[in-house]
Ligand binder design. Structure first.
Ligand code: ATP
Ligand code: MG
Length: 144
């Protein structure tokens, strides 16, 4: 098992419902560490680019509306097997189908308003981290 990094986003519903601490606590208790974080508002072009893989899906415009409806918290999580572990902690896309105890099951409102994003592979994680952060933003645990 190697140390990995993955991109996590607390989506606008998580911010407006004041769940930042609850969500990050979930990650920390599972052994993931926040090594970069920034709150920001996504513009439409940025949200469209981030979710470009879904551009032909029927829910795309609505997804972009949702992701631009308020600030998000973008963060890099580090830990053993971080990509898979983050996805496991998030739960299935549809909160109704997510396993008990997962973030989406606990707080997600619908298949769209599901509170968190997580990279789905190590390769996607690299691209997504690069999308939001430069090397100088990521603070390794060995940093003074
Ligand atoms: P994410 O990429 O946000 O981590 P995911 O990998 O579990 O979620 P994807 O299939 O990549 O799911 O979908 C991206 C996002 O699009 C979902 O998190 C959700 O907000 C929205 N979405 C996915 N499927 C639907 C759907 N059928 N109807 C409405 N919105 C959807
Ligand atoms: Mg996805």
């Amino acid at each position: 098992m190697t140390l990995e990094r993955t991109l996590s986003i607390i989506k606008p519903d998580g911010i407006s419902r004041n769940l930042i601490g609850a969500v990050i606590g979930h990650f920390e208790r599972a052994g993931l560490r926040v090594v970069a974080a920034r709150m920001r508002r996504l513009g439409r072009p940025e949200a469209e680019r981030f979710y470009a893989v879904h551009h032909s899906r029927p829910f795309f415009a609505s997804l972009v509306d949702y992701m631009t409806s308020g600030p998000v918290l973008v963060q890099v999580l580090e830990g053993e097997d971080a990509v898979r572990k983050n996805r496991e902690l998030m739960g299935a896309t549809d909160p109704a189908r997510a396993a008990p105890g997962t973030i989406r099951r606990e707080w997600g409102e619908s298949i769209e308003r599901n509170l968190v994003h997580g990279s789905d592979s190590l390769e996607t994680a690299r691209e997504e981290i690069h999308f939001f952060f430069g090397a100088i933003d990521v603070c390794d645990r060995t940093d003074p």
